[in-house]
Design a protein around this ligand. Structure first.
Ligand SMILES: Cc1ncc(COP(=O)(O)O)c(C=O)c1O
Length: 322
């Protein structure tokens, strides 16, 4: 095929991949390639000298801090996953807090009133709208079938013009999940995820943006809420983590904390439970709550792929294990 200037619209030829064209959930936020790079953007633009990072988070959060040579100190959380702030945050320092599993909006609201330099990591809380004036970022691949993509709300803008990312080389797991099976795409998923490491800040790829424009967000959100409530109804009384249903607005998973190790048994039943987060075991001692959380918290899938029967199946299996 001959290459003409891109500005001339191609007419004819083979038919393109057809995706529904609707509206993104956050059309007005800055669109970047990854959440970790959104954090890099915030830290850079504010010239923070130190970031307080929770022990309980994903290790890729450290990538931008190490890249920028910014100091970080870990802090602990209490049994409600709220930060224990027993340190002073200086004017050039900031606190990074994760809206865990999408159930911590009340804490986010409280922190936004009391902490001056605050960054909210909503990677686990896609549907939690950003609070005006609070630097906030989102990771799209945690909620939808995309390989990357992040939204960012920030008070100050960088003047740099970023190049656009290209996702096509990391989406084979998504195609395999449809044409073959989730299991057959798993290796590709790991490679796709690994390929996000230590990349430059780029704009969201066209492919990711197109997929995000085709999603029925209200439906996804309401299914998540319904499924979360079904699981809570069945397991809430065994859950040692306090859950306030008023805070639930399209959460990521149902966080089930129980003093039993059931994750591996669930995986044997083809119910795949991610560990949040394996790196926490390296960062903490066995006596720390974060260590216990990593070993025992079961993030039960409640997302838009599942119906009420799927939830009942999970409940039956989990109840036999506890
Ligand atoms: C809480 C949390 N924040 C941020 C990230 C980074 O997201 P991304 O892969 O979009 O950089 C992850 C996981 O990768 C995460 O679990």
């Amino acid at each position: 095929m001959r290459h003409y200037a891109r500005r001339v619209k191609a007419i004819g030829g083979y038919l393109e991949l057809q995706l529904p064209s609707g509206k993104e959930y956050y059309p007005d936020l800055i669109k970047l390639n990854t959440a970790r790079n959104a954090l890099e953007y915030i830290v850079k633009v504010n010239q923070y000298s130190l970031v307080y990072v929770p022990y309980y988070t994903c290790e890729v959060i450290l990538e931008p801090l190490k890249k920028l040579g910014v100091t970080f100190h870990f802090y602990t959380i209490d049994k409600n996953l709220d930060p224990i702030i027993d340190f002073k945050i200086a004017p050039t320092e900031c606190l990074l807090y994760t809206n865990y599993f999408g159930i911590k909006q009340t804490t986010v609201n409280r922190l936004s009133r009391s902490i001056k330099n605050l960054i909210i990591d909503n990677s686990q809380a896609f549907f939690a709208k950003p609070i005006r004036g609070i630097d906030t970022f989102y990771s799209c691949r945690k909620f939808f079938g995309v390989s990357d993509g992040a939204y960012l709300q920030t008070n100050i803008l960088l003047s740099t013009k970023f190049e656009r990312d290209v996702s096509v080389w990391r989406v084979s797991h998504l195609l395999k999940s449809i044409d073959l099976s989730v299991e057959e795409g798993y290796q590709d998923y790991l490679e796709s995820r690994a390929s996000l490491s230590n990349g430059a800040i780029k704009r969201m790829s066209k492919l990711t943006e197109r997929v995000l424009k085709g999603i029925d967000y209200e439906e996804c959100k309401s299914i998540r809420i319904r499924n979360f409530k079904i699981i809570h109804e069945g397991l809430g009384r065994y859950n040692t983590l306090f859950i306030n249903l008023e805070n639930i607005d399209g959460p990521m998973v149902y966080p089930f904390l129980i003093n039993k190790k059931i994750r591996k048994k669930l995986i044997d039943k083809r119910i795949y439970i991610a560990t949040y987060w394996p790196n926490v075991l390296k960062w903490t001692s066995e006596r720390m709550f974060e260590n216990y959380l990593t070993e025992h918290l079961v993030g039960i899938p409640i997302d838009h792929r599942y119906n009420e029967e799927d939830m009942e199946r999970i409940l039956n299996i989990v109840k036999q294990m506890i």
